[in-house]
Design a protein around this ligand. Structure first.
Ligand code: INI
Length: 185
């Protein structure tokens, strides 16, 4: 038996979906992979803070391509702000066209409580859509105190959260397929 792997999916090298154990259901182990070929991915981008959003989108596109997702299998939708991400992700999830959906945006704290409402509702709404529709919906929304922090996390020294969310979408899409194959819909 091959050793149990806890290695997360990475952009380099593919981690195959694993299913181990007896048909009795005991000892089964599942993990997604970063094999994007054949997956259909939806991307929703908040246009607010566009300079950050475009960097997140670039990262997501690149990560999906590196994972083997064909550009023609990636649909992109742009919305005014992060508050509109859940509604749009729900519409896309209900279409049943996508294995996973990636939400991208940047909510940067200003001097008012507006930040908390937008960031909180966006995060809660995205989680709810994922739970209710059964389609993995990934949270690639930066919530930062400053624009500088957002720049650092959108292709700067702290990486690119758009790319991270896209890669997580591929992994979750693969996991969802593996779990459906095992448990049914
Ligand atoms: N939307 C964002 O995506 N990021 C923000 O930082 C932001 N701020 O700070 O206000 C923001 N607001 C707009 C909001 O998402 C809605 O588009 C708007 O309230 C209309 O519903």
């Amino acid at each position: 038996m091959s050793p149990r792997s806890s290695v997360p999916a990475k952009a380099t090298g593919y981690v195959r979906p694993v299913r181990r154990g007896a048909a009795s259901g005991k000892g089964l182990s599942f993990e997604g992979s970063n094999e994007g070929a054949g997956l259909s991915i939806g991307v929703v981008l908040s246009r607010f803070n566009p300079e950050i959003g475009e960097r997140l989108l670039d990262g997501a596109r690149r990560a999906l391509a590196e994972a083997g997702v064909r550009p023609r299998d990636v649909d992109e939708v742009r919305v005014p702000g992060a508050f509109e991400l859940p509604w749009t992700a729900r519409a896309m999830a209900r279409s049943k066209r996508y294995d996973a959906i990636v939400c991208l945006g940047a909510v940067v704290r200003g001097g008012t409580p507006h930040f908390d409402f937008v960031a909180g509702e966006s995060a809660r709404g995205i989680a709810r859509v994922s739970e209710e529709t059964g389609v993995p919906v990934l949270f690639g929304v930066l919530t930062t105190n400053t624009m500088e922090q957002a720049m650092e996390r959108s292709g700067g020294p702290m990486g690119n959260r758009g790319a991270d969310a896209a890669l997580a979408a591929v992994e979750m899409a693969r996991l969802a397929r593996a779990l459906r194959a095992e448990y049914g819909r």
